[in-house]
Design a protein around this ligand. Structure first.
Ligand code: SAH
Length: 215
C-alpha cells in the first residue's frame, strides 16, 4: 500500500513541530508541502516522517524534521533573503529554505551528495532558486556573499570566521557548535555592526569536515 504522504506530513507538523513550539506559519506550510520522502533513498522512505535523523549514505544524515524547522524559524526569513547553507546532504533543508527565501546557495563537500541534492531538487521541482555548489563550506562561498542568513548543517568546534564575515548586517547565522559528540545550536545575529548570540537548543549533528572542522 502506498502511504498517504500528505497525511503523514500533516501529522509530523502537528506532533513534532507545533507541539514543540514551532510557530512561524511559513515554516509550517513549507514543511507541510515539501515531499521529504522524495529526498530519501527508496528503502528509507517509509520512515520519512519519523522523529529522527535518517542515513542518506556516505556516513551522513538528513536532520530530524524538528531540527530543520527550528533552524529555518530562527533565521526569521520573510521571502526576500539570500541564504547560504553549508552541508546540502540530500537537499531537503535547501528545498525548505528555498521555499522561505528568495535564493539559496548550498555548499556540499561530498561530490556524490552534491549531485544527489541537485537531482532531488530538480526532480521535486524545488531547484529553481537553489544552487548546489561543490566545496568546503567552512570557508563559506565568498563569490555569493553577503548572505542575509546562513544555516550550517554540520557541527563545528567554533564559529568559522569566514561565515561571520560573509553574513550581511542585519543577518542571522544558525550553527551547531561544541564537541564532536554534543553541541548547542547557536543563533548569531549581526546588527548595527555587533554580534549577539543565543542558544536555541542542545543538539547532535554530524561533524563539519574540511579546514574549519576537527583535525
Ligand atoms: N541539510 C542536509 C543535512 C545534511 S547532514 C539535509 O537536509 O539533508 C550534513 C552535511 O554536511 C553532509 O552532507 C556533509 O557531507 C556536509 N558537510 C560536512 N562538512 C562540510 C563542509 N565543510 N562543507 C560542506 N559540506 C559539508
Amino acid at each position: 500500500m502506498i502511504p498517504d504522504w500528505a497525511a503523514e506530513r500533516r501529522s509530523m507538523v502537528d506532533a513534532q513541530l507545533i507541539r514543540r513550539g514551532i510557530r512561524d506559519k511559513r515554516v509550517l506550510d513549507a514543511m507541510r508541502e515539501i515531499p521529504r520522502e522524495e529526498f530519501l533513498p527508496i528503502e528509507a522512505r517509509v520512515t520519512a516522517y519519523s522523529d529522527a535523523p535518517i542515513g542518506i549514505g556516505f556516513g551522513q544524515t538528513i536532520s530530524q524534521p524538528y531540527m530543520t524547522a527550528l533552524m529555518a524559524e530562527c533565521l526569521e526569513l520573510s521571502g526576500e533573503e539570500r541564504v547560504l547553507e553549508v552541508g546540502s546532504g540530500c537537499g531537503y533543508a535547501a528545498a525548505v529554505l528555498g521555499r522561505l527565501a528568495h535564493e539559496v546557495i548550498t555548499v556540499e563537500i561530498v561530490p556524490e551528495l552534491a549531485e544527489l541534492a541537485r537531482s532531488n531538487l530538480r526532480r521535486t521541482g524545488h531547484g529553481a532558486n537553489v544552487q548546489v555548489v561543490d566545496g568546503d563550506g567552512g570557508w563559506g562561498y565568498a563569490s555569493g556573499a553577503p548572505y542575509d542568513a546562513i544555516s550550517v548543517a554540520a557541527a563545528a568546534p567554533d564559529v568559522p570566521a569566514a561565515l561571520l564575515e560573509q553574513l550581511n548586517d542585519p543577518g542571522y547565522l544558525a550553527i551547531p557548535v561544541g564537541t564532536r559528540e554534543d553541541q548547542e545550536l547557536r543563533i548569531l545575529r549581526k546588527r548595527w555592526g555587533r554580534i549577539q548570540s543565543r542558544i536555541a537548543t542542545l543538539c547532535r549533528f554530524v561533524p563539519l569536515r574540511g579546514g574549519e572542522g576537527w583535525r
